[in-house]
Design a protein around this ligand. Structure first.
Ligand SMILES: [Zn+2]
Ligand SMILES: [Zn+2]
Length: 343
């Protein structure tokens, strides 16, 4: 009898606790990174920094590029452009009705070299697509209805499909967007300063400021902690409740057994005194294996001869069973009483 509900709750609490701790740690790491106020200072800071460790900094500026992409659909100018096309169609299902569904047809991404510019200097950003926090703006979302060619339509119909059209979505990182980037700063041989994913450490490209990022992580850390405490408390409650029920049931069993044994002992004595022994019910004392005697636990008179559905307990006579709504041993509801026969 394992209290699975309680155990699951406690495991969830542990997982949430770990998540909260990791968010809290991330917030601490972000607090410790070097803040660069003006991009022109970064080159000097790099000179001064210890070359052994990755120099993790946070910078902000506006997205710019010497060769921006002109978006086909939205007309925006961007440095990262992601295009997806979703085929929308109706599908004939087994139940005979049409349901709408979609499938991703193509997904394409273009990126040109780009940098952050704050008016004082430029810092190139490398590998931003893999960074945490990057959200692309939806530049355009168009739905092109599919042309109705008779042949195509018939073929689709035979396959159990009805084409509706294609939805094209263009997501862009537009030039001029103010961004904050947290990453490792490096300077190459020709003096270009770049920021990239550190081998170990935070890499963020976000619309939020560094303080907002820290506050956000802190908020999540707190939320996880509260949720973890809540789950743990509920888990312990469930376990305690089940343990209590288990103890109460054992106690009830024990009391009933004692009562039945007493009654059986009394009867054995009176039988011996009366000397003729009421053999028809065979209720003379405990059974050979030391188990409960076969006496009904309610009237303590008749031999038990009925079984309760669904709990399966056998402890009452048919007469007493007819007055009961719940099992005297386990308290579960009785939906049916089945008479048993012994030979
Ligand atoms: Zn009875
Ligand atoms: Zn029962």
């Amino acid at each position: 009898m394992v209290p699975w509900g309680g155990v699951t709750c406690c495991l969830s609490a542990a997982a949430l606790y770990l998540l909260g701790r990791s968010s809290g740690k991330d917030a601490e790491v972000l607090k410790s990174v070097t803040r660069v106020n003006q991009l022109k200072d970064l080159a000097q800071l790099l000179e001064a920094a210890n070359k052994v460790l990755p120099f993790v900094v946070t910078i902000s500026g506006r997205v710019s590029s010497d060769t921006p992409i002109n978006c086909e659909y939205s007309g925006l100018r961007g440095v990262i452009v992601e295009e997806t096309a979703e085929q929308h169609f109706l599908k004939h299902n087994d139940a005979g009705s049409w349901i709408q569904d979609s499938a991703l047809m193509l997904s394409m991404c273009k990126e040109v070299p780009w940098y952050l510019d704050d008016g004082s200097a430029r810092v190139y950003v490398v590998g931003a697509r893999g960074a945490a926090g990057l959200v692309l703006t939806v530049g355009s979302e168009v739905f092109e209805e599919s042309g109705r060619s008779l042949v195509r339509g018939t073929l689709d119909y035979l396959q159990g499909l009805k084409m509706l059209g294609v939805k094209r979505i263009e997501r862009v990182l537009p030039t001029g967007t103010p961004l904050t980037v947290v990453g490792e700063a490096i300077k190459d041989d020709i003096g270009t300063v770049r920021i990239q994913r550190p081998l170990k450490g935070p890499f963020y490209v976000s619309h939020k400021t560094i303080d907002q990022l820290i506050a956000n992580l802190g908020k999540w850390a707190r939320w996880y902690k509260y949720a973890s405490v809540g789950f743990a408390a509920f888990g312990f409650y469930l376990i305690a409740k089940q343990a209590f029920q288990y103890i109460m049931e054992r106690k009830r069993h024990w009391e009933i057994k004692k009562r039945v044994l007493d009654a059986a002992a009394k009867r054995t004595t009176s039988d011996t005194e009366g000397s003729n022994g009421k053999a028809e019910f065979g209720v003379n004392g405990t059974r050979k294996d030391g188990q409960m005697p076969d006496i009904c636990v309610i009237c303590l008179e008749q031999e038990y001869n009925s079984v309760f559905v669904p709990c399966g307990h056998m402890c009452c006579c048919v007469t007493c069973s007819s007055h009961l709504t719940s099992c005297p041993l386990c308290r579960s509801r009785i939906t049916q009483v089945v008479k048993t026969y012994r030979h």
